[in-house]
Design a protein around this ligand. Structure first.
Ligand SMILES: [Ca+2]
Ligand SMILES: [Ca+2]
Ligand SMILES: [Ca+2]
Length: 177
């Protein structure tokens, strides 16, 4: 296998295991409910934002399943996922509400910026490793010690759709199980 193919598989594995919130090795609707639960347990969100996040997670799952669950058993295996990896258009359609709802939950005062504590709480709840969370925050925040919600939503999108390795989103790697 070529280096490119190997690093692509590594990236896909990292994304897949991050999405597999209950850790059973497959993706199903429960994973995305659990993802929302974990974030909402970590960060205090008002009911409207909590609702948007739950709906965003659900829509992401439904879009993902529609594109990847080839045998229609409502479970997405890694093989199904890797064979039909969602592209940028797909993410913009199905994943974007999730990314924006997440950024909104992490911005309780609605000033368009995410404080470090909220950023770390959200990202850790999703399952990212603390060193990567700290590194990504530093990259996105620069000298400000806060991250614009739109930059964060863009970084999340990059993580799920990018094929390149030199963007901030690529710093995101799941904690080792
Ligand atoms: Ca699962
Ligand atoms: Ca399936
Ligand atoms: Ca804020």
């Amino acid at each position: 296998m070529s280096m490119d193919a190997t690093s692509r598989l590594t990236r896909l594995r990292a994304r897949f295991s991050l999405l597999d919130a209950n850790g059973d090795g497959q993706l199903q609707a429960d994973d995305f409910d659990l993802l929302a639960d974990r974030v909402l347990n970590a960060v205090k969100a008002d009911p409207a934002k909590a609702h948007a996040l739950r709906e965003g997670c659900r829509a992401y799952w439904q879009g993902l399943a529609a594109d990847t669950d080839r045998d229609g058993d409502r479970v997405v295996t890694f093989e199904e996922y890797a064979a039909a990896i969602p592209d940028a258009v797909h993410f913009d359609q199905y994943g974007s509400p999730y990314a924006h709802a997440l950024a909104a939950v992490a911005d309780p005062d609605d000033d368009g910026e995410v404080e470090r504590a909220d950023f770390v709480a959200c990202m850790t709840a999703i399952g990212f490793a603390p060193p990567q969370v700290a590194q990504l925050f530093a990259e996105l925040a620069g000298d400000n010690d806060r991250v614009a919600t739109r930059d964060w939503a863009a970084a999340i999108r990059d993580y799920y759709v990018s094929a390149s390795a030199d963007i901030p989103g690529q710093l995101l790697a799941p904690r080792s199980a």
